[in-house]
Design a protein around this ligand. Structure first.
Ligand code: NIG
Ligand code: FE
Length: 419
C-alpha cells in the first residue's frame, strides 16, 4: 500500500519553485514563491501536490483521507535545508588551536607548524572505521535535528590512498544506513602531507596517478575538490588535479581565495567547476568569470566568523549575477558548527543578503552546487519529499531570531524523522 503525508494550513509554504533547470540569480534569489495557508501532499516519498489547503483538500479528497496529517498552522514549511560543503567524516576536535588563535596565532601559522589540517589528518589516520562512523553519525543526527536533509561530505583528512578511501567508504556506509542523503567529494588535495613538504609535486602526482583512479574505480565520489591557497596547492597544481579528475568523471570544486587572493575563482571558471567555495578574497574579475560560466559561489560565513576574518562580499556577488549558495563548512578547524540556520543568520547580518536570498542559498542553489537540483531543493511536484517545518510564524523570523534552532519537524523522503 502506498504511504502518503498531507501537510496543511502552513502559515507560509515556501516552495522556492522555478529554479530547477538553472540556479537562481539576482532577483531570482528573492523569489520564494510562498503560499499562505499552504499545503503539500506526498506519496511514496515524492511530492504530488502543492497549493493552498483548500485547493488540495478539494482536489485530493480520497488520497488525503488515507494520509498521515500534519497541521502546520502558525509554522513555516520549507524544502529540507541542504548543506553543500562539509568535512563531515573526521576524527577529533581542535579546541586547543582555537585557544591559540584567540591569543593571536593565525590559522596558517598553526597549519605550517604541523597542526591544523595535519592534526586532524593524524587523528583520522589513527581512527578505525567504527570510530569514524560513530563520530560522523552523531554529526549527521545533529544536522538533521537542525533541519538539514542532504549534506555534501569531503574526504581530505586521509592524504594517503588507503586513508582517503577509508574516509569515503565511511561516507558511503552512512549514506546507506542513515536517513540523511550524503553526496561525496574526493579531496585528496586538502594539504601536502608534512613528510612531503619538500616535494609537493610528487604528492600532486600521486593524487593524480593513484588516488583519483582508485576513488573513481570504486565509485566513491562524484566531485573532486582542491584547497587552492598560497602555501597549500598553487593554481597550476590545482588545475592539474581538477583536469585529471575530469578524465575520470569527477566534477571539479575548489576551495578558492579563502585567505589570500590567488586566482581560485578564475581557475573555477576556466576548468568548468560546479562551484568555487569560500571566495573571501576573490577578485572582481574572478567573480565576473564565474558568473559568466555559471559557476556557483558557495559562501561559508561561519569560517570568516570563526577565523575572525573579513566576510565574503555576497551582496556584491549576487548583484554581479553570481548564483550564491551557503554552507556550514563543518570542520574541526575553521568552522566547528553544524547549524546551517546560524549560517543563514550570518548571511544576512554579515554579508548583506536578504532573508529570501539566504533561503534560496540553502535550498535550490545548494542543490545545484551538488548536482541534485532535479531531485531536491524546492517543493515542486515530482521532487523528493524532503521538508523542514520551522516553528516560526513567517520566514523572516528564521534569520531574525538568531543562533537558535527553529526546527519543529523534519520529513525525509515522505517520512517524519524529527518531531
Ligand atoms: O574549508 N580550507 C581548507 N579546509 C577547511 C578547513 C579544514 C580544517 O581546518 O580542518 C576549510 O576551511
Ligand atoms: Fe571546506
Amino acid at each position: 500500500m502506498s504511504e502518503s503525508i498531507f501537510i496543511k494550513h502552513a502559515a507560509q509554504l515556501v516552495t522556492v519553485s522555478g529554479h530547477t533547470e538553472n540556479p537562481a540569480k539576482r532577483d531570482g534569489m528573492r523569489e520564494l514563491n510562498c503560499i499562505e495557508d499552504g499545503a503539500l501532499l506526498a506519496t511514496d516519498g515524492k511530492i504530488i501536490a502543492v497549493g493552498t489547503t483548500e485547493g488540495i483538500q478539494t482536489e485530493y479528497k480520497n488520497e488525503i483521507n488515507q494520509a498521515k496529517q500534519i497541521n502546520a498552522s502558525g509554522k513555516v514549511v520549507s524544502p529540507g535545508l541542504i548543506d553543500p560543503h562539509t568535512h563531515l567524516v573526521h576524527a577529533g576536535t581542535r579546541e586547543n588551536e582555537y585557544a591559540m588563535r584567540l591569543k593571536g596565532k593565525t590559522y596558517m601559522d598553526i597549519m605550517n607548524q604541523g597542526g591544523g589540517i595535519h592534526a586532524t589528518t593524524r587523528a583520522t589516520q589513527q581512527a578505525d572505521v567504527d570510530q569514524l562512523y560513530q563520530e560522523s553519525k552523531q554529526r549527521l543526527d545533529t544536522f538533521l535535528v537542525n533541519g538539514v536533509t542532504t549534506v555534501e561530505a569531503k574526504s581530505g583528512y586521509g592524504l594517503t590512498t588507503e586513508h582517503e578511501i577509508k574516509q569515503l567508504e565511511v561516507s558511503q556506509h552512512l549514506n546507506e544506513n542513515h536517513v540523511m542523503d550524503i553526496v561525496s567529494t574526493f579531496m585528496g588535495a586538502h594539504a601536502v602531507p608534512v613528510e612531503e613538504k619538500a616535494n609537493p609535486d610528487a604528492f600532486v602526482d600521486r593524487v593524480i596517478s593513484e588516488m583519483i583512479p582508485e576513488v573513481a574505480k570504486r565509485k566513491l565520489a562524484q566531485f573532486n575538490d582542491v584547497f587552492c591557497e598560497r602555501g597549500v596547492f598553487t593554481p597550476e597544481q590545482s588545475r592539474r588535479i581538477l583536469e585529471a579528475g575530469k578524465e575520470f568523471g569527477l566534477i571539479p570544486k575548489i576551495h578558492a581565495d579563502e585567505i589570500e587572493p590567488y586566482g581560485g575563482a578564475e581557475l573555477a571558471a576556466a576548468v568548468g567547476a560546479v562551484s568555487a567555495d569560500h571566495l573571501l578574497k576573490a577578485s572582481d574579475e574572478g567573480i565576473r568569470q564565474m558568473a559568466d560560466q555559471d559557476v556557483i559561489g558557495v559562501l561559508l560565513p561561519g569560517t570568516a566568523f570563526f577565523l575572525m576574518a573579513e566576510f565574503a562580499q555576497a551582496r556584491k556577488m549576487i548583484d554581479q549575477g553570481l548564483a550564491v549558495a551557503l554552507s556550514t563548512d563543518a570542520n574541526p578547524g575553521s568552522s566547528p558548527t553544524l547549524s546551517l540556520q546560524f549560517i543563514m543568520n550570518l548571511g544576512c547580518l554579515k554579508m548583506g543578503m536578504t532573508p529570501e536570498e539566504v533561503i534560496t542559498a540553502t535550498t535550490i542553489n545548494a542543490a545545484h552546487a551538488i548536482g541534485r537540483a532535479n531531485q531536491i531543493g524546492s517543493l515542486e511536484i515530482g521532487k523528493q519529499a524532503d521538508i523542514t517545518i520551522f516553528d516560526v510564524p513567517n520566514y523572516l523570523t528564521l534569520s531574525y531570531q538568531y543562533g537558535m534552532n527553529h526546527v519543529d519537524t523534519v520529513i525525509k523522503c515522505g517520512q517524519v524523522v524529527v518531531e
